[in-house]
Design a protein around this ligand. Structure first.
Ligand code: CTP
Length: 206
C-alpha cells in the first residue's frame, strides 16, 4: 500500500508536494493488516505503527517506485493510494537557495515517473492485483476508467475531491473494475471505505 503525497526537492530545505494527508492509505494498510495480511506501507506521511504493517518511509516518486519495486516480489495486491507528484523540479539545487542572493526564482518542472505505468511496463507487477486511486474534480467516471485502462489496473477508486477530501477523516467515491463492474462507495470514515474496498478486492482475487 502506498500513502501520502510525494515530495519533490527544490533544494535541501524545500519541496513541491500536494494536499494528500496519507490518511486513506494508512486506513487501507491497517484494515488489510487487521484481516491478517502481511502489509508493507510505502509512505511519505508519518506513521506511528500498527501490528502487521511494516512501514517504509520515502520522499519522492523515484524513491517510492524503487521501494514498491523491491516489495512487489511475492505480493498479491498493490493499492496505490499515494498522490504522486506529476511534476518535479528538473534539477534540485544541492545547496540552500538563499533569498538575499536570489531576486526571483523560476522553477523548471519536468514530468515525474508514473509509478503504475512503470510497473505495468516492466512486468514486475504481473499477477499482482492492482488498485489505483484517482482524485478527480470533474468527469469522474470518464477520467477514472481511462486511467484504469491506461495504467492496466484491475480496479480504480475514483474520489470526488470537490467535497474537500484532503485531510478529512471521511471519504466517498466510486470503484470501477476492469470487468466493467462498478461499486458505489458512500460517504463514510476512511477506515470504513477501506473495508469496503478490501471486501470488493477479496471477492475478485484469483
Ligand atoms: N500514479 C502513479 N504515478 C504517477 C501519478 C499517479 O503511480 N506519477 C498513480 C496514483 O498513485 C494513483 C493513480 O496513478 O493510484 C492515478 O493517479 P492520478 O494522479 O489521478 O493519475 P495521473 O495519471 O497523474 O492523471 P492526472 O492527469 O489526472 O494527474
Amino acid at each position: 500500500v502506498t500513502a501520502g503525497g510525494t515530495r519533490e526537492a527544490i533544494d535541501p530545505v524545500r519541496f513541491i508536494s500536494n494536499y494528500s494527508s496519507g490518511k486513506m492509505g494508512l486506513a487501507v494498510a491497517e484494515a488489510a493488516a487487521d484481516r491478517g495480511a502481511g502489509v508493507v506501507l510505502v509512505t511519505t506521511a508519518p506513521f506511528v505503527g500498527h501490528p502487521g504493517v511494516a512501514a517504509r518511509q520515502v520522499e519522492s516518486a523515484a524513491e517510492m517506485l524503487a521501494a514498491v519495486r523491491e516489495e512487489l516480489d511475492g505480493a498479491h495486491l498493490l493499492v496505490m493510494v499515494a498522490a504522486v507528484a506529476d511534476f518535479r523540479p528538473a534539477r534540485a539545487a544541492t545547496g540552500k537557495i538563499r533569498r538575499e542572493e536570489t531576486k526571483s526564482l523560476e522553477l523548471k518542472l519536468e514530468k515525474n515517473v508514473d509509478i503504475l505505468a512503470e510497473l505495468g511496463r516492466d512486468g514486475r507487477a504481473e499477477g499482482v492485483f492492482r488498485v489505483g486511486f484517482a482524485a478527480e474534480d470533474a468527469d469522474l467516471e470518464q477520467h477514472a476508467t481511462e486511467k484504469l485502462a491506461r495504467k492496466k489496473l484491475d480496479a480504480i477508486v475514483a474520489n470526488d475531491i470537490r467535497g474537500g477530501v484532503f485531510g478529512s477523516d471521511e471519504n466517498a467515491g466510486v470503484m470501477f473494475f476492469r470487468t466493467g463492474e462498478r461499486l458505489e462507495l458512500p460517504r463514510s470514515s476512511k477506515r470504513q471505505m477501506a473495508e469496503r474496498i478490501l471486501d470488493a478486492v477479496r471477492e475478485r482475487l484469483p
